[in-house]
Design a protein around this ligand. Sequence first.
Ligand code: 5GP
Length: 205
Amino acid sequence: MAKQGLLIVISGPSGAGKGTVCRALLDQNPELVLSVSKTTRQPRAGEMDGVNYFFVNQKEFAESIKKEDFFEYARVYGEFYGTPRGAAEKMLSAGRDVILEIDPQGALQVKEAFPAGVLIFLLPPSGAELRSRIINRGTESAENLGQRLSAAADEVSLAHRYDYIVVNDRVEDARDRIVAIIRAESSSVARNTDLIQAITEEVKA
Ligand code: 5GP
């Protein structure tokens, strides 16, 4: 049986740069698998169904909740987002490391349902930088922007419930720190008890 893969949750406030860091991580480490979420929000220019998200309507999303198809789901700025359970579980059983790029409400649900998950909180280098990143993003309406700023402040305070903090000052540095966390977690004693057992038995045989 393949060793179970790691479930790595990359989370943090809007404007922490989760998307950019995840792309850099996946470009450099093609063995990692990104879980594609379902969402009820409209696609933005350039986004593709099945690549960035599975874009679904409210009814389809509600059906997935009812069928318990989600690992976790949350309402973020008025739209629903959820991690499909099946694809992630299949990859983990096959020994692949799976990345979830999700909001902090979802991240904490994953920790409850799946304590072996590794929660990484991506922090901006400063509060002022976070504010300017959210404002300069420019894709949001004024109302949405206000919501994102106040949600970001609340979300930063959830960081102490995570396993690791990575400051996203330079994207490459943040990516490299995440790679180091994944390597260290894969080498932990707790994740290698089967290997220790197997070698002990082989030596004795
Ligand atoms: P956006 O609309 O900008 O793509 O994403 C808005 C927020 O939803 C981001 O914080 C993103 O990480 C989060 N998000 C994306 N997919 C999921 C998901 O499956 N579950 C949860 N809980 N949050 C998600």
